[in-house]
Design a protein around this ligand. Structure first.
Ligand SMILES: Nc1ncnc2c1ncn2[C@@H]1O[C@H](COP(=O)(O)OP(=O)(O)OP(=O)(O)O)[C@@H](O)[C@H]1O
Length: 346
C-alpha cells in the first residue's frame, strides 16, 4: 500500500465544487457538485482498489458508517475522455443508475476535499459488513459450493447483472474479488472501475478486467462487445463456485506472450486447455446446461442474464422433463478444442 488514507477533521474547508480538465494545454472547467470529504472521519482500511484504498468511515453529519473508496488523481481528466475523471464519472454514474438494487453496492455520493490531497476523489458507498469477498469466502471454506448454495449465489449475481444491463451498462470486471459476500450468503457486486455504457462499437481493443474471466470476444481483441461479456464471466464464476477452483488458469504472463506474438487463438486455448473437465462431473444436467449457455463461445449464442434466470436450473422444472425426455449431452463449442462440458449425461 503506497499511502494511508488521510484522516480528516470536520469542516476544515467547504467542498470542492469545480473540477479542472486539461484540454490540449489550456484549462477547461467542468462543474460537478461534490460532497466534502472532510465531513467523513476515516476509521479503518478495509480493502484495496486499483487507484487507492477503500476505508470504513463515519459521516460526522449523520453518524452513519460508510465505505469510502479513495481514487488518487480522480479529478484528472482530458477532453479526449482519457484520465481518471471520466472513469470515476462513469463508475459513479453506473452505480447511481443501479441504486436500490440489493445485488449491487449502493453509492451515496462522490466527495472531494481541497485540503486533503489535491486531485483526489472519493466514492462514498454503503458499508457492506464483514469485508469478505467471494474469493475469500471460497478460500475460507476450502471446498466448493454445493449446487443449492451455488444456485442461490448465481441467482443474486444474475439478477444484479440483469439490472445493470437494463441500465445500458457493462461491468467488464466481474470476478470473485469484486463480489462482496456476507455471512448469511448475501452477495453484492462492487468494483465498478471498468464499468462503461454498453456499446457495440468503440470499446478499447485491449481487454479490461482479469484476463482469466474475459470473454473470448474480448481476448480476441474485438472492439465491439456488449453485456454478453459479463455473462461469460458469470459462467466462469459459476464454474468456480461448483468446482472450488478457477475455470481458466492461464497466467497474465501466458496471455501477454500469446498476445505479443499475435496468436490470439492461443490466448483462449491456453485457458481452455488448463481446465480439467472432471471438476464439474458432479453437477446436475440442468446445471451443466446453464453453464454451457453462459459460456457459449460465440457471444450471439450466449444466454442473456434475464434468460439465464428463466433456466430450469433456477425454476426447478427439470425433473419431469428429464424423466420423459433426457436431454442430450451438454457441449460447449470451443473451435478447435474439445468441449470441457462434454461429460456424459448422468
Ligand atoms: N461498499 C463496500 N463495503 C465493504 N467493503 C468494500 C466495499 N467496496 C469495496 N470494498 C472492499 O474493497 C475492495 C476493493 O474494492 P474496489 O471497489 O476498489 O474494487 P477494485 O476492483 O479493486 O477497484 P476498481 O473497480 O477501481 O478496479 C473490495 O474487494 C472489498 O474488499
Amino acid at each position: 500500500m503506497e499511502a494511508a488514507l488521510p484522516v480528516t477533521a470536520r469542516n476544515k474547508r467547504p467542498a470542492r465544487e469545480e473540477a479542472h480538465r486539461a484540454d490540449a494545454g489550456k484549462k477547461k472547467r467542468a462543474r460537478y457538485e461534490f460532497d466534502d470529504i472532510n465531513e467523513y472521519e476515516m476509521l479503518k482500511e478495509i480493502g484495496e482498489g486499483a487507484f487507492g484504498v477503500v476505508a470504513k468511515a463515519r459521516d460526522h453529519r449523520t453518524g452513519e458508517t460508510v465505505a469510502v473508496k479513495w481514487i488518487r488523481g480522480g479529478l484528472e481528466g482530458n477532453s479526449d475522455g482519457s484520465g481518471l475523471l471520466p472513469a470515476v464519472v462513469r463508475e459513479a454514474g453506473c452505480l447511481a443508475a443501479c441504486r436500490g438494487h440489493p445485488g449491487i453496492v449502493q453509492i451515496k455520493t462522490v466527495a472531494a476535499g481541497e485540503d486533503t490531497a489535491g486531485n483526489d476523489l472519493y466514492i462514498v458507498m454503503e458499508l457492506f459488513a464483514g469485508g469478505a469477498t467471494l474469493r475469500s469466502e471460497l478460500a475460507t471454506r476450502g471446498r466448493p459450493f454445493s449446487e443449492d448454495e451455488a444456485r442461490d449465489a448465481m441467482k443474486q449475481l444474475l439478477e444484479a447483472a440483469e439490472k445493470l444491463h437494463a441500465t445500458g451498462t457493462i461491468h467488464r470486471d466481474i470476478n470473485p474479488d469484486n463480489i462482496l459476500a456476507a455471512a448469511g450468503g448475501e452477495l453484492k457486486l462492487c468494483g465498478f472501475g471498468c464499468a462503461t455504457p454498453a456499446r457495440r462499437v468503440g470499446c478499447p481493443e485491449k481487454p479490461v478486467g482479469m484476463l482469466q474471466y474475459c470473454a473470448p470476444e474480448q481476448l480476441f481483441g474485438l472492439s465491439c462487445y456488449g453485456p454478453e461479456a459479463d455473462v461469460w464471466t458469470l459462467g466462469c464464476v459459476m464454474a468456480e463456485l461448483l468446482a472450488g477452483e478457477a475455470l481458466f488458469t492461464a497466467t497474465e504472463e501466458d496471455y501477454m506472450i500469446a498476445e505479443r506474438i499475435n496468436m490470439r487463438d492461443d490466448i483462449v486455448s491456453m485457458g481452455v486447455e488448463a481446465f480439467d473437465e472432471t471438476m464439474l462431473d458432479h453437477v446436475s444436467v440442468a446445471g451443466r446446461e446453464l453453464l454451457a449457455g453462459l459460456l457459449a463461445f460465440h457471444s450471439d449464442e450466449r444466454l442473456t442474464a434475464a434468460e439465464a434466470l428463466e433456466h430450469r436450473w433456477f425454476t426447478g422444472e427439470e425433473d419431469e422433463e428429464v424423466q420423459e425426455d433426457p436431454p442430450a449431452a451438454v457441449e460447449l463449442e470451443f473451435p478447435g478444442f474439445e468441449s470441457p462440458f462434454a461429460a456424459p449425461v448422468a
